[in-house]
Design a protein around this ligand. Structure first.
Ligand code: MEV
Length: 458
């Protein structure tokens, strides 16, 4: 597990974005008690030698910006969120939404046990029903045999169940599918469950009389989910002449659109994953696995839908009931801050989140190690809950912008900085040229070059 320190400090870092990079690094170093080596890693990143040990045919490294999402209050604890992302406005937007969430007491989160599923595909099974009975009768033996990871066993995890599913109709005929459920504790667990699946496959062949073909984890990790909830008073959303009550009603309408329409849901869920993937990348987790699980889960009732719920609440304690329904909750109910005066906006995100804090790139990538230290998470479950809160905040920021002034205003301001840099602006010039591009409403490299020439001549 990463070396962590619990921080009593606040993550409400007003004006963090206005500081320059060395100032931000200095603040972060102090906040997260980073060593000099860890601080140096933030700039140096991965070395070629380290990269060469991670994948094949290495010829170099590819860098992306590492930013910090600020203002996060989750289960009454402050977090700074390391995020790796190339898209402007993601980090600014999530930090803004986290600030709004603070006005409602922050996020409440929870998660299931970290149970992964490995699938073993059995073909040519002569009697599928008899095979299922025979396999389930040997569950205890199979679970013992599947206990192949001493590391996970040491952490208190291991195989927990065997389930049998029949697929009577597929394009190539019927098949019997065995699910091995495996509690992987603080690991992402792909290697462990794949090994276990391969180990028990020959026994399953004997028990079923069939032939084992695929033996691989499922990325639809619906036994390993995390959720986050938030309730924010309407007045926090007041937007010029528009009342907060109107804004939150429009946010609920925006969410309904994505619940009912897959075309909108794809974009809506992409916005959620903007935040979640950025944390996954920063912490060395497999963001493709997260994406696959999230999208499959979004289609679990047969139609692809929004992963979130956003609703206007008019009664004081309505939110508590929903928190109680969610399953395992880390913070006891009596710690919940009272639901604010009405109306308020209630939001919830739940999704499969298979992430680890040990093994894989979380261990081999030096920046991932520092990112975990900055987060200060003590378990993979805690990391998944933080990621759910980040996803919910990211979605809130997008919906708030879309339901009010639109997404382009904020986006363009940040995009303009990239355009100014691409045109050759440096230092203070970047902000000056960017501001002018936005004022003129034409954020183009050619125009930035013209402005830069003017600037140099002046
Ligand atoms: C852009 O990366 C993400 C959004 O399109 C998400 C959304 O529309 O909800 C703004």
């Amino acid at each position: 597990m990463a070396d962590v320190t619990i921080h009593p400090r606040s993550s409400r870092l007003s004006g963090f974005y206005q500081k320059n990079v060395p100032e931000r690094v200095a603040l972060l170093t102090k906040w997260a008690a980073l060593t000099a080596d860890e601080t140096a890693v933030l700039e140096m990143g991965l070395s070629v030698a380290q990269a060469d040990k991670m994948i094949e045919n290495v010829v170099g490294r590819y860098s992306l910006p590492l930013g910090i999402g600020v203002n996060f209050l989750i289960n009454d604890r402050d977090y700074l969120i390391p995020m790796v992302v190339e898209e402007p406005s993601v980090v600014a937007a999530v930090s803004y939404a986290a600030k709004l969430a603070r006005e409602g007491g922050g996020f409440r989160t929870g998660s299931t046990e970290p149970v992964m599923i490995a699938q073993i595909q059995l073909l040519d099974v002569p009697d599928p029903a008899a095979a299922a009975t025979a396999i389930l009768a040997e569950k205890r033996v199979l679970l013992t045999l599947a206990n192949t990871s001493p590391t996970i066993a040491q952490m208190g995890g291991g195989p927990v169940d065997i389930q049998v599913r029949q697929l009577p109709q597929t394009p190539t005929g019927p098949m019997t599918i065995v699910h091995l459920l495996f509690d992987v504790r603080d690991a992402m667990g792909a290697n462990a469950v794949n090994t276990a699946a391969e180990t028990i496959a020959p026994v399953l062949e004997r028990l079923s009389g069939g032939r084992a073909l695929l033996r691989i984890l499922s990325n639809l990790t619906d036994q390993r989910r995390a959720w986050a909830e938030v309730t924010i008073p309407a007045q926090s959303f007041t937007n010029g002449a528009e009342s907060g009550a109107t804004v939150i009603e429009n946010i609920a309408h925006a969410n309904s659109f994505a619940v009912a329409d897959p075309y909108r849901a794809a974009t809506h869920n992409k916005g959620i994953l903007n935040g979640i993937d950025a944390v996954a990348l920063a912490t060395g987790n497999d963001w493709r696995a997260i994406e696959a699980g999230a999208h499959a889960y979004a289609a679990r009732d047969g139609q692809y839908r929004a992963l979130t719920v956003w609703a206007v609440r008019r009664e004081g304690r309505e939110g508590v009931g929903v928190w109680g329904r969610a399953g395992v909750i880390h913070a006891p109910l009596h710690l919940y801050t009272p639901t604010p005066p009405l109306p308020s906006l209630y939001g919830r995100l739940e999704l499969p989140l298979a992430v680890g804090i040990v093994g894989g790139a979380t261990r081999t990538h030096p920046v991932a190690q520092v990112a975990l230290k900055i987060l200060g998470v003590r378990s993979a479950r805690e990391l998944s809950e933080v990621m759910a809160a980040v996803g919910l905040a990211q979605n809130l920021a997008a919906l708030r912008a879309l339901a009010t002034h639109g997404i382009q205003r904020g986006h363009m301001a940040l995009h303009a900085r990239q355009v100014a840099t691409a045109a050759g602006a440096q230092g203070i010039e970047v902000d000056l040229i960017a501001a002018q591009l936005v004022r003129e409403g034409q954020v183009r490299v050619e125009r930035a070059k013209e402005l830069l020439i003017k600037e140099i001549k002046c």
